[in-house]
Design a protein. Structure first.
Lengths: 325, 330
């Protein structure tokens, strides 16, 4: 019992429950299927991003280029598919976007590991270079007539319900992708040498190297994986909103990093879990989605996210400092 | 003694290398744009544009000297300029005499400095007292400051400055623009502060080796707090210049300045891991960037193409620095 009480995840879960009850108490609409389904739907893209950020943060690094990579991969994929009038399997766009994302991620890994540079500044540089390249040389227009397979994907529901007024609401199938990725990521981190290597690298990179971990290989694995996840998240994002807009997702990196840190990952590396990250994502999505329900104008969204990020990081850092003494 | 001398030569070497890059950029632009780049008009307009980035870069350098980073600077600048704009719009009676306007302008300068310092103080507090990593603390506070700015303006631009106010951003004394004069005087102040005072030397020591600094008896908490507070104060001043030059204040103005101020600092020889860098580097680096930026605008590069170039430039400079430091090691 004591073991459960000392877990970060347990407390996060409690906060999540209490917050839901408060919001639901103020406004009944919170418990409606429409709202709950839409909360799950909006956690998909952020959740996929967060899994990538978790693995970078575990290794002691940071990545702020992934929204740019996501936009780059979905925009080019959609533009190309429209050009060839694509009608085949949904797997093709996902594979294409993932391949583009992996290539970009490997570029990050190459620069960071070869020249031993600060990952924050490197990803700031690659992120703005990729965004600038996309908008200057590929296009700035919004593509609103997505290929049919992507539209079909956005209509895919695993459960539908007809409301009293005749409208139909559904639980988006895209959530299954997030669920699958969560399981895969947990297995990688827990059961593979690569996953243990990520933790080892985050705790002490010199020790990891002496212990025989292929440190450079782990860097390529980590940033390549972040790129792949960014590609998947990009396709899911543009399919769900049925638009490919090259100006989307800007600034999402803050919310995603906030979610991962809230989930208990330590920015100095080596500590953090998949479960904590998922709970952190739900918490951020809940806060963002519920401000309007409890009557707070949407202008306050940034303030709320900022306050959550500041207090979560302060509490985590303060506890780590006390524990270190 | 020998190590100290070697370090001096190396740092001058870096400055020398940077000067060559800047002169080459300048020559390239003169060659690509004959008759338009090398004109008095272009130089006048450049002297109004780069000081705001320069001031933000000094603030970024202060954070990076201690091994940190400040991502909230543009957020602070916008919040300060919005507060100043609102104080003019809401408090100053219309048709005030010029005496009242000048009093309000003095108040505006104080307000910008005060607001900036308070924002910076919060950053410093989180970083030094709670041990929050600077990236996270300033990432969060950037959201907070931008968020507050959005809440008080509802996201719209605030306009309605008195004409006298635009002198700060658009006036000039002789051939020197007022923003340039502000920037140069700040450079001078920080050159003295960093080189000649105990406080400045302590900052370098903290960045070079935090543990050693603590054991040397430096009050690291206080020094960090002050450095982020001074950074915030500089950001407030940059906000003043920005709002006066553009005659308006907006919550999301100049977001690309964050990347650019980091670029200027890194280009100017400030190490992201802390402990080295000086204001001379900042001055030359900001000039190099302005030459490039003006040249690109004249060559009709879009802003997106510029963003692409800045990103590549930042990566290239860091990689070049890696090779020069490797060569110095052997």
């Amino acid at each position: 019992m004591n073991k459960i009480l000392s877990k970060n995840e347990f407390w996060l879960f409690c906060i999540l429950l209490i917050l839901s009850c408060i919001v639901g108490g103020i406004n009944d609409a919170f418990w409606s299927g429409t709202n709950l389904f839409s909360l799950f739907k909006s956690s998909v893209v952020m959740g996929i991003f967060a899994l990538g950020v978790l693995i970078v943060i575990l290794s002691g690094g940071i990545d702020i280029s992934f929204p740019a990579f996501a936009v780059f991969s979905f925009y080019i994929t959609v533009k190309y598919l429209l050009y060839i009038k694509f009608t085949g399997s949904i797997l093709i766009p996902f594979a294409m976007a993932m391949a583009i994302g992996v290539a970009l991620g490997l570029m990050n890994a190459f620069i960071i590991s070869t020249f031993k540079l600060n990952p924050l500044i490197v990803t700031l540089g690659t992120g703005s270079a990729v965004t600038g390249f996309l908008r200057a040389f590929v296009g700035t227009g919004t593509l609103s007539n997505l290929p049919q397979p992507l539209i079909d994907f956005s209509r895919w529901n695993i459960y539908t319900e007809t409301l009293a007024d005749g409208s139909v609401i559904g639980f988006s199938g895209s959530f299954l992708i997030l669920a699958a990725l969560i399981v895969i990521m947990a297995l990688i981190l827990r059961n593979t040498t690569m996953g243990r290597g990520v933790y080892a690298l985050g705790c002490d990179s010199v020790a990891a190297m002496r212990a025989g971990f292929p440190v450079r290989g782990i860097y390529y694995f980590i940033y390549g994986l972040v790129g792949a996840l960014a590609g998947i998240a990009g396709i899911v994002h543009c399919s769900l909103i049925r638009l490919a807009n090259p100006r989307d997702l800007e600034g999402t990196e803050l919310e995603v990093i906030a979610a991962v840190v809230l989930g208990g990952a330590s920015l100095t590396g080596g500590r953090g879990t998949v479960l904590g990250t998922v709970l952190g994502v739900f918490l951020i999505v809940l806060i963002k989605g519920s401000l309007i329900l409890v009557g707070i104008p949407s202008d306050w969204q940034k303030v709320a996210i900022g306050l959550v990020l500041i207090s979560a990081t302060s509490i985590t850092a303060y506890r780590a400092m006390r524990a270190g003494m | 003694m020998k190590g100290g001398l070697g370090k001096l030569v190396r740092s001058e070497n870096n400055l020398f290398q940077l000067t060559i890059i800047t002169v080459c950029t300048f020559a390239l632009m003169c060659w690509l744009l004959p008759g338009t780049f090398l004109t008095v008009r272009n130089f006048r307009s450049m002297s109004f544009q780069f000081p705001e980035l320069g001031i933000l870069s000094i603030a970024m350098m202060l954070a990076m000297l201690t091994g940190g980073i400040d991502l909230s600077l543009v957020g602070i600048a916008n919040l300060a300029s919005i507060l100043v704009a609102l104080s003019f719009v809401k408090l100053m009676p219309p048709g005030s005499s010029s005496g009242v306007v000048i009093a309000f302008m003095a108040g505006a300068v104080l307000l910008a400095i005060l607001a900036g310092s308070l924002c910076g103080l919060l950053n410093g507090f989180l970083i030094s007292k709670f041990n929050v990593p600077p990236i996270l603390a300033t990432l969060g506070s950037m959201q907070l400051y931008t968020g507050i700015a959005i809440v008080i303006t509802k996201g719209a631009a605030v306009i309605g400055f008195p004409p006298q106010y635009s002198v700060i951003g658009n006036g000039s004394v002789g051939i020197f623009s007022i923003p340039l004069i502000i920037f140069i005087s700040l450079l001078a102040v920080f050159a003295v502060l960093l080189r000649k005072t105990n406080y400045g030397i302590n900052l370098y020591l903290i960045g070079a080796n935090m543990k050693a600094a603590i054991f040397a008896g430096i009050k690291t908490d206080k020094a960090l707090m002050i450095s982020y507070m001074v950074g915030g104060c500089l950001a407030g001043l940059a906000g003043l210049v920005m709002s006066s030059r553009t005659n308006g204040a907006k919550a999301d103005y100049g977001t690309s300045y964050i990347l650019q101020s980091i670029l200027v600092s890194v280009l100017g020889g400030v190490k992201p891991s802390g402990g080295s860098g000086n204001v001379a580097g900042i001055l030359i680096a900001v000039l190099a960037l302005q030459f490039l930026s003006s040249g690109f605008s004249m060559l009709r590069f879009s802003n997106f193409a510029k963003e692409f170039v800045w990103g590549c430039f930042l990566l290239a400079i860091m990689i070049i620095n890696y090779f020069t430091s490797e060569r110095n090691k052997t």
